[in-house]
Design a protein around this ligand. Structure first.
Ligand code: UGA
Length: 312
């Protein structure tokens, strides 16, 4: 097994690559080191992997590079490279979202040869494809109606996965990750910002009343689901990957206050356009087919993230 991980320097990519290496699996990673946040952080994510001879890194921008050239004899592909983040995807920045998320996925899927040289392709999707779902927890057959341009690009990547699976018999599957957190979480994401503010003794900025809920997913659980999707039969074209920790932001901030040892001061501002009010994953399909079982409770995961933010 030789796994190509795109977006390997990111939060999920670097965590996945380390777990695969710990299992003795050869990993080839590609990353463009896009400056959506400080690329030095992305390099830091790779520091352990870069000392490992079973890991190979190629710096390429998949918008431009001939994607066939990056496959490098991979038997399995995990496509995580994307421009993430729900709130900044409006306006002029949509062009970049469309290129990084839709165009790159199409180019990569197109480059994978027919036949079974590549045994499985796992593509990162997002809970944001559901928008304002009619059912909570939300099963995979909910009509996807994203409410952010970012969610639209993720829905388009899923549609590409479906098309290549249906017509080109590509063994591809999408995973709908629900707000992943833990060590190495992106600095633009909620928990990272909140702990950072707490560390500095500054108030946190809460979008809206803080009663919005998320089904937060610990990074190791997201990694386990990803590895299962690489290796197990996947009768469905998309699976929810959610931690089963649906809580409000206010509850999260209370827990964070206990962890850092003092209450977290909050500044409430307007809700942000594109932010779903609530997310909750119905993970029955992931349990059935991927053996998915989230293992990390929210407080334990938050403690690990706090440890990392204090001593990266
Ligand atoms: C996250 C990722 O950023 C997306 O890339 C991913 O696709 C998505 O999860 C998903 O699950 O589909 P989000 O849920 O917005 O998006 O994650 P956070 O940035 O951690 O935000 C969580 C909550 O905290 C949101 O309600 C957000 O409005 C709130 N928040 C975030 C604040 O109140 N203040 C902040 O400074 C940041």
């Amino acid at each position: 097994m030789r796994v190509l991980v795109t977006g390997v320097a990111g939060f999920l990519g670097s965590s996945l690559a380390e777990t695969l290496r710990a299992q003795g699996i050869e990993v080839r990673g590609v990353d463009a080191f896009t400056p959506n946040y400080d690329p030095a952080r992305k390099r830091a994510n790779l520091s352990r992997l870069l000392r490992d001879p079973g890991f190979q890194l190629e710096e390429v921008d998949l918008r431009i590079a001939p994607p066939g050239s990056v496959l490098g004899g991979a038997t399995h592909v995990v496509h995580l490279a994307a421009l993430p983040g729900v709130r900044p995807s409006w306006g002029e920045s949509f062009r970049a979202y469309a290129e990084h998320n839709i165009l790159v996925t199409q180019r990569l899927l197109e480059a994978i040869p027919r036949g079974r040289a590549v045994e499985r392709v796992v593509v990162a999707s997002s809970s944001s494809i559901y928008g304002a779902p009619t059912r909570l927890p939300t099963p995979e057959d909910e009509l996807p109606r994203p409410i952010s341009p970012y969610g639209v690009t993720k829905l388009a990547t899923e549609a590409l996965v479906h098309a290549y699976r249906h017509e080109r018999f590509l063994p591809a599957v999408s995973l709908r990750y629900f707000t992943v957190y833990g060590p190495r979480q992106r600095p633009d994401m909620g928990f990272h910002r909140f702990f950072e503010a707490a560390r500095r003794g500054e108030p946190v900025t809460v979008y809206g009343d803080g009663r919005q809920t998320r089904d937060f997913t610990y990074v190791d659980d997201a990694v386990s689901a990803t590895i299962a999707a690489l290796t197990r039969p996947v009768p469905e074209v998309a699976y929810n990957v959610g931690g089963g920790n649906r809580v409000s932001l206010n509850e999260v901030l209370d827990t964070m206050g206990r962890i850092v040892g003092r209450p977290i001061e909050r500044k409430h501002v307007e809700p942000q356009p594109g932010d779903p009010r609530d997310t909750a994953s119905d993970t029955r399909l992931a349990r059935r087919d991927l053996g998915f079982e989230p293992r990390t409770a929210l407080e334990e995961g938050l403690r690990k993230q706090w440890e990392w933010q204090r001593n990266p």
